[in-house]
Design a protein around this ligand. Structure first.
Ligand code: B12
Ligand code: SF4
Length: 369
């Protein structure tokens, strides 16, 4: 039995929502820990092999299905969203220009993992202070633990899971990140789930360049360009390369063509301001970057989640999908010459990965022009 006076949970919840808004969160809801009903759909997804080589998706399933396995004190989950779409970045214009590299809108500014986790941790601290001497325990997450963030967000009333599998809201669209606070604070739960409003629309499914959305709400990640360019470490299957176009880090098509995103709010978060050296650059210039330039230009960005070899691999595919400009052909050919200098085992493996994609690109350009 607790010896401490119970805080006023309803008042605390409204305070948390106010603090969260001040910190830049654009929506917040509270849900309980009953997530066992998600187990069959996730297990089915894994059984189909849709996760590809994201081995971490198979691990810690007990924690994914029961938040208390991750943090035993958890009684409530606060789900929060933060908008990331920068204003005026002309995504369709970039996608239409095969000489430019398209980077997913979420990765144009500072890495959201750092931004969101830090703020949610500050919020968790505020909760502890506000409930004293009641012994609050909380922990903040964003994309950093075995958590089913989208279904939790849906349970907390932040939207519905669209056919593209992302969380979506009529007013907020889908250009937002999700993060959570697991807590023992007994905040009132948001009971009202948001109704699915996709209706008969299949825009995301038909526009997907690689047909990765195999059924409504079911994504074969192995075909998704976000997976191929970010998560996948090895060679990109040849049959998928042409459909990747100029997408060099992630993909947004299923969101760009979603009617609910037509008037979606843009971000006001200074940390998500696009970096000039990434936002609208010629592929050939990006391919010319040395490893040192890559590390410097992507410091603190989500792009640092991929290696330099993956970066060059993605660029080689995009160059192969573009026009056969003399400069492009020359730069690709030069790559083959300088790689002969590689000696240590890791570098040799990286170089042979990139080289294979460079050879493919040269073959494509030769065919085309
Ligand atoms: C693995 C992963 C990926 C993988 C696989 C994507 C996927 N759909 O699962 C890849 C690399 C492809 C990926 C891509 C992207 N990702 Co991602 N990803 C994740 C991660 C780490 C886990 C997601 C997961 O558990 N997948 C497993 C499958 C089984 O789960 P599921 O899709 O949620 O749906 C299943 C169940 O939830 C259930 N279900 C639940 N509700 C409903 C409702 C209906 C109607 C139905 C039918 C089923 C259903 O059925 C599904 C089984 O098929 C999360 C972070 C996290 N920890 O949650 C971020 C996360 C989902 N990604 C995010 C983002 C932004 C992206 C990209 C937009 C990035 C980009 N621009 O390149 C793309 C979008 C591609 C897409 N259409 O999904 C955001 C999404 C925010 C939002 N608004 O929803 C998250 C939440 C990260 C974050 N913290 O903000 N991602
Ligand atoms: S992110 Fe791109 S490749 Fe992946 S499901 Fe959406 S449209 Fe298809």
């Amino acid at each position: 039995m607790s010896t401490h006076t119970e805080p006023d949970w309803a008042a605390l919840k409204s305070d948390i929502q106010g603090w969260g808004a001040d910190m830049g969160f654009t929506g917040m809801g509270v849900t309980g820990v009953n997530t066992a009903h998600l187990e069959p759909a996730v297990k089915d997804w894994l059984a189909q092999g849709y996760h590809g080589d994201m081995g971490y998706m198979e691990r810690n399933l007990d924690k994914r299905f029961d938040p208390r396995e991750l943090e035993p004190y958890t009684a409530r989950i606060i789900s929060a969203r933060m908008n990331y779409l920068p204003a005026d970045t002309q995504p369709l214009e970039i996608l239409d220009n095969p000489r430019l590299g398209y980077v997913a809108r979420y990765a144009l500014g500072r890495d959201y993992h750092k931004v969101i986790r830090k703020r949610l941790a500050q919020l968790a601290l505020k909760i502890s202070t506000a409930t004293e001497p009641w012994p609050a325990q909380s922990r903040a997450f964003t994309d950093s633990a075995p958590i089913l963030e989208k279904p939790l967000g849906a349970m907390a009333g932040l939207g519905w899971v669209g056919k593209h599998t992302l969380l979506l809201d009529a007013a907020a669209g889908s250009w937002f990140f999700l993060g959570e606070i697991y807590t023992n604070a007994l905040l009132p739960i948001d009971q009202e789930p948001v109704a699915d409003q996709c209706g008969n629309c299949r825009a995301c499914m038909t526009v997907c360049p690689t047909n990765a959305i195999v059924a409504p709400g079911k994504l074969d990640a192995r075909k998704c360009i976000a997976y191929l360019t970010i998560e996948h470490k090895g060679a990109i299957p040849e049959e998928l390369r042409p459909a990747m176009g100029n997408r060099i880090f992630g993909c947004d098509d299923c969101q760009l063509y979603c009617p609910w995103n037509r008037d979606a709010p843009t971000t006001t978060e200074p940390d998500f301001t696009p970096r000039e050296q990434i936002a609208k650059r010629r592929l050939v210039d990006l391919f010319k970057w040395t490893k040192t330039e890559f590390l410097r230009n992507t410091e603190g960005s989500a792009i640092r989640r991929i290696s330099f070899a993956q970066w060059q691999r993605n660029l080689a595919v995009a160059l192969g999908n573009g026009p056969a400009d003399a400069e492009v052909v020359r730069v690709l050919k030069e790559y083959s010459q300088h790689t002969a200098a590689a000696t240590d085992a890791d570098t040799v493996a990286d170089v042979s990965l990139v080289q294979e994609h460079v050879d493919w690109a040269l073959g494509q350009l030769h065919k085309g022009g």
